[in-house]
Ligand binder design. Structure first.
Ligand SMILES: NC(=O)c1ccc[n+]([C@@H]2O[C@H](COP(=O)([O-])OP(=O)(O)OC[C@H]3O[C@@H](n4cnc5c(N)ncnc54)[C@H](O)[C@@H]3O)[C@@H](O)[C@H]2O)c1
Length: 249
């Protein structure tokens, strides 16, 4: 049996980057996937390959009403959501604290931190009614330390908040069969990153990593899959770093 055969999964930020990779791996593993993104259109390849197994919805994670709408539509299509992957995120401008505008600070917090609270708040009651579930919150190495290349204080603050919120929700709902964990990627060579940075920049980032390279997005997806599936049935409130050893230095 595939590892997500009986799961209904909501993944945010699936039109690009790691979210797209998570959605594909989860569909391959048999999940019904509610794939959402702020972009009006996305996941065309996934829908072509997996048809009715995938529902794509436009969704702004920083907007509580938008969450309400996607959870309602997704549940109507596939039944109760039993896995939530809070992946959507923005980096915001690369700026020191005194150079970061208040608008940019608040927008980053709204997407990267508030969005995760809205999602967990809405999805948990359905998971309890369904007998349990798994929530995977995507943080970053930036949520654990001021990692090299971290864009700004808002990103660091929101990713650290994700780490804390994960543990709070994990403890609150452990007795109801809901597991909540966070994943902390280091440098990941998403398609966008691969086309936007020069070979020289790529080498400079890789040089900071003990393994000497950035991650392939699928290496992060495999970790998310493990936490989403019943294979990790005794893991909750945990944080898994996927950084090629960057934080161990
Ligand atoms: N790429 C990295 O090296 C790296 C490292 C550590 C953590 N992360 C985290 O991993 C997650 C995915 O990163 P990525 O590199 O794949 O990003 P990406 O920019 O490639 O993709 C992010 C997706 O989220 C969507 N999105 C943006 N704002 C949204 C909103 N308000 N509502 C819904 N969707 C929205 C975008 O349209 C995009 O499709 C993010 O939370 C990011 O902070 C990334």
């Amino acid at each position: 049996m595939k590892s997500l055969e009986d799961k209904v999964v909501l993944i945010t930020g699936t039109a690009a980057g790691m979210g797209a990779t998570h959605a594909r791996l989860f569909a391959e593993e048999g999940a019904k996937v509610i794939a959402t993104d702020i972009r009006a259109e996305g996941c065309a390849d996934l829908i072509r390959d997996f048809g009715d197994q995938v529902l794509y919805l436009q969704h702004d994670v920083s907007d509580a009403a938008s969450w309400q709408s996607v959870v309602e539509q997704g549940t109507l299509a596939f039944g109760p959501i039993t896995v939530l992957v809070n992946n959507a995120g923005i980096a915001g401008p690369n700026a020191f604290t005194t150079e970061l505008s208040i608008e940019d600070y608040l927008r980053t917090i709204a997407v990267d931190e508030h969005g995760i609270f809205y999602g967990m708040r809405l999805v948990i009651p359905g998971m309890i009614a369904a007998g349990g579930g798994s929530i995977v919150n995507i943080s970053s190495v930036a949520g654990m330390a001021h990692a090299p290349g971290t864009p700004n204080i808002a990103y660091t603050a929101s990713k650290a908040a994700v780490r804390g919120m994960t543990k709070a929700a994990a403890v609150e709902y452990a007795r109801q069969g809901i597991r909540v964990n966070s994943v902390h990627p280091g440098g990941v060579l998403t398609e966008m990153m691969a086309t936007q940075i020069t070979e020289e920049q790529k080498e400079a980032i890789a040089a900071l990593v003990p393994m000497g390279r950035m991650a392939d997005p699928r290496e992060v997806s495999q970790t998310v899959l493990y936490l989403a599936s019943d294979d990790s049935s005794y893991i909750t409130g945990a944080e898994i770093v996927v950084d090629g050893g960057m934080l161990a230095k």
